[in-house]
Structure formats: structure tokens, C-alpha cells
Design a protein around this ligand. Sequence first.
Ligand code: ADP
Ligand code: MG
Length: 261
Amino acid sequence: MAHIFCIANQKGGVGKTTTTVNLAAGLAKVGQRVLMVDLDPQGNATMGSGVDKRQLAHTVYDVLLETATVREARVRADKLAAAGFAYDVLGANRELAGAEVELVDVDRREKRLKAALAEVDGEYDFVLIDCPPSLSMLTLNGLCSAHGVIVPMQCEYFALEGLTDLVNTIKQVHANLNRDLKIIGLLRVMFDPRITLQQQVSEQLKSHFGDKVFNTVIPRNVRLAEAPSYGLPGVVFDPSARGSQAFVAFAQEMVARNQAL
Ligand code: ADP
Ligand code: MG
């Protein structure tokens, strides 16, 4: 059975996509079978995995509207295969923005992705879902499909405030739609230990959320920001970069945690 996790935070620019593609690559690197699902119409996770969103015959949009299955719509991130490992991509592009409206009147609209993923459950160890920066029907489909949520966050002053909305949404989805859903953990990203405020917020997070805060910390590292312009996750683009090594360590932490479950 696959572990299905959403990477979510309703704030934009907090590192969701970077976390999704690098965790996917890190997990693949340590031998896990991974499907990455892009649920953001921007398609950044698709492009950042070396898959051209404009060339896709089918995307997650078709899967949500049930005009294609996951098996039909997924592609192999071949560009990564040169590194010796790869993962599968259920891609997205702008078309996905229309799904919000088109799903309004359909049955079990928030469970479309969950139903579709059941088909490939045995084929993966991990399914990672990159969510858009909103608590929309798309994000709801992600949350209904998942066993848990990974929340990337920057250790900034307003970080905790934004978390309250997300935690409440997760509680509501848990109560009404998906009994399996829980917060797997908070991932500190773009971390700069020289900034005192970041250290303070990091300590606050740990005292507030305890072992829900992942041990691994992702540093601010320009190589991670450069990698998408080459259509590669940082883990593949520059394996020796500190940020890439942190994501491989995070992948190992995820594997260890899930073996313990
Ligand atoms: P989101 O998906 O939440 O909108 P992104 O993953 O796209 O966020 O990240 C926002 C920006 O920050 C991107 O330009 C990305 O390259 C950059 N970024 C993300 N993580 C890091 C990091 N650890 N170090 C440096 N830049 C980062
Ligand atoms: Mg994103």
C-alpha cells in the first residue's frame, strides 16, 4: 500500500513545490517507488520534474473529470533517469484551473482523486501531492486522498498564524471526509540559522508541536532555486549542494518514520 501525502500550506511561495519535487527525487534515490501528483494549475512541479506541461496528452485534470485514468495520464520523468533514478508524474497545466468550476455539479467531487489513485496503489511506496496555495476544491481532493499532510514552512513571524487556518481545515476534513487524515509533520524550509528570529520561531515550533516537527531542516540554498530552470529537482541538478543533501536526509527520515508506523 502506498503512503499518500499532501504537501500543503495555503500560503504561496513557502516551498511546497520545492519540497514535493525534491522529496520525490530523494525518495526515488533511496530506492522508493514514487508518484508525484501536481495539483497546482501553475504546473511548476511538473516542469520542475523535467516534464513539459504543454506537451502532455493527459493531465490530472482528465483524471479529476474521469476522462483518463491515472495509468493513462501519468508519465515517467525520463530526464531524471539519467541520474540513475526517477519517479512518475501525474502532471498539471493551466487547464486544471477549470476543474474547480467543472466539478461544482458532479457527484463525490472531492473524492475524485482518491478514487483514481486506488488503481495504482500497489505500484508505489509513496504518492506525493503538490497542492496549490489555496484551500480550494483541488486542495480538498488532495486532502481527501491522503493519509497525511506535510507542511513546509519558513520560520518567520507570521508562520504560526497561517498555520491555524490549515490546521482547522485539516480537522474539518478529518471529521467530515477523511478519517485517515493527520498532520505528518512540519518541515522547516529556507532556514538560515544566522537569523535570530528564525531560530526563535524554530524553537517555538518545537515547543508547540513537539515531534510533529521533522528533525531535518532544509537550509536556504540557491542551488535549490536554480534547479527548476533546468527542469530538474535540486537533488538531481546538484546532488552535492547542502539543500539537496538535506532533502535526501528528509527522504530517509520519511522512510524511517513510515517503517515505524
Ligand atoms: P510554493 O510551491 O509554496 O509556492 P516554491 O517551492 O515554488 O513555493 O518556492 C518559492 C520560491 O522559493 C521558489 O523560487 C523556490 O525556488 C525558492 N525556494 C524554495 N525553497 C528554497 C530553499 N530551500 N532555498 C532557496 N530557495 C528556495
Ligand atoms: Mg507551488
